[in-house]
Ligand binder design. Sequence first.
Ligand SMILES: [Fe+2]
Length: 497
Amino acid sequence: MFTLWTEINVYSRRRTIERFVMSEAMPKSNPFLQFPYGAIQMECNAWDLPVEGEIPAELFGTLYRNGPNQRFNPRGDYHLFAGDGMLHAFHITEGKVDYVNRWARTAKWNVEDREGRNVINPMNPFDCEPEYSDFVLTDLDGLANTAVLWHGDRLLAIEEGHPPFEMDPLSLDSVGSWTFRGKMTNRMTAHPKVDPETGELVFFSYMASDLFSADVMVHKADPAGNLTESVVIPTPYPAMVHDFVITENYIVIPVMPIVGSLERAMEGAAPFAWEPEKGAHIAILPRHGGTAENVRWLEMDICFAFHFMNAFDKDGVVTVDACQFEHPPLFSTVDGESTGKAEPYLSRWTADLNDADARMTFERIDDVESEFPQCDPRYVGREYRHGWYTSPDGQVAGILSENDNLYNVIGHVDHETGARNRYSCGNAVTSEAIFVPKSDTAAEGEGYLLSVVTSFDTHTSSLFIFDALDVSAGPLAKAHLSHYVPGGFHGGWRPGA
Ligand SMILES: [Fe+2]
């Protein structure tokens, strides 16, 4: 076996045991293989983290983070989306924080563990070792590197190209691909939605019925995690669809023109390209009994959004809050040119479904750049007041361009009063901030905001815990790690039980 495991006690009182996985040094040429995005070649259990401030006593459960953590020196040009998924768990109880991190031991991870090197290129099946040339096309596990879902008593690491990957919620031991007992034959978006009243899980896969097919498949699962419904909706073109929203009465799927092309893929070009001439089309599907026949398509001026804060419907008017770009950043056009820099701003979309000629319209409702929007999960799909996001303050330069800035601010928006509330973490980068209610009966927004903050001064990460309605007061508590959590994508919360 190539991998060499050693165990050392890092702290006295045996409260932290770190296990290091020896591996190759990563190329310096790719910024996504260096701090703060580069992999940590280490798995550990760290008990009772040093804490500054006071962890709220009622905070009980686990915050998870997911992101790429490339294990071996990659083949070809490394893309951040192609890194091996690693989960980080912060278990919080009685004012203390324990930490665990583990790679998702996917089929790719296990094959490469045996080989002791990177033999599969997840972005290009033509660049795998010959004996693994069909691996990418048949693999069920994928990279499990994008987001986390706790539903039906299962912890699922998800990325939109494959079924979810189940892991143990406490130890983060890998369980394996979760296909709803074989009933789900395609993939799960990295942004499934849980209805706060029914516990129903709603999700979709894009290009669902075949390679680069022009359709999405919408799925539902009951609170116990049983797949209950799957329906195929044809789309105007084969589109990459990252996120969507639900309301009480509708499922809203934004088809915006990052278009997939088998022809381009066969020619060795980027399979997805920004094709604005194909237009933006918004599918409005009845939440119950929706079919390809009763879906309503709304046209929209061209724009793009990766992520949505929330949505709701009232008196036939659908409202959607999006972190909206003029165009997606850093994608290719059909000519192979980069779409270049673009900044997202919180924008409110509305459509009056009472109007037979309705379009989806939008207006910017915030004046600062923001991404990774969140709301109180008890208000998903309902009229809501409070939202949170991450944002830059300009003091931390981006790693790709001096004109860009890393996100180091946690922001709160009050849609009712229009108030904005921000806290800068300084020379650091913040993760998506996850809201946790103070109790089941607490009012909307009453609770805590949890973000993993990585310092450029110390090259370590800390869990920051804020009062969600007073983020500008700074964190109530910080729980410190002795290493950093690589910049990743999304997280999630599992209530303690
Ligand atoms: Fe996402």
